[in-house]
Design a protein around this ligand. Sequence first.
Ligand code: ZN
Length: 233
Amino acid sequence: MSYLYDLWDDFISLLFPRLCYACGDHLMRNENLICTECYVVIPRANYHKEDDNPVARLFWGRCKIEKAAAFSYYTKDSRIRNLIHNLKYNGIREIGFELGRIYGSSLKESGFISDIDLIIPVPLHPAKRRIRGFNQSESISMGISDAISLPVDINSLVRKTGSATQTKRSRYDRWTNVDGIFQVTETMSLSGKHILLVDDVITTGSTIESCTNELLKIEGVKVSVVALAYAIV
Ligand SMILES: [Zn+2]
């Protein structure tokens, strides 16, 4: 019976090949989303193992962030870049969950998350969320949550929509200026908490800075940050 099943499985994969979302090679039967080679080859930044790291340094003198880290880093045509592209633009949200789960276990092992209370994904603009159907940072957060057993809060921090000041700005300004575009809707449940803010990619850090500034307005709040990748500009 299992032989027949395997045969059927092979037949199906001939018609609908399952490919690795990082390198495009065929996946083996026991592989899912990412092939074994890519798991090994994708560079781990290991920033969570040292307080002084490139992502943490990005926020020095800008906003008070307790700890900051990224799972990997972007290089040209890197496999992690392909994964994040497939997650964001091809709607493969399972990639976010899977990478989040893997990173979450490392974060737990190192003690990085030992005093974290809850996880908040960087909110996506509602219009973008409608088009994409999901928020990729939320998928990553769910994976991390699965590994570290802490709740994900997707309601307390929101992205404001079409405020007067936003629409008056030039298109370029709207892309580059993220200051004041986030809003905290719930302060009671967050007061005194250490929040783990989760993003897909950190480039200039301005989105994280803007979220953090809003969150730090709540009494006693502390913020730490993780992302799947750090894009070196
Ligand atoms: Zn691969």
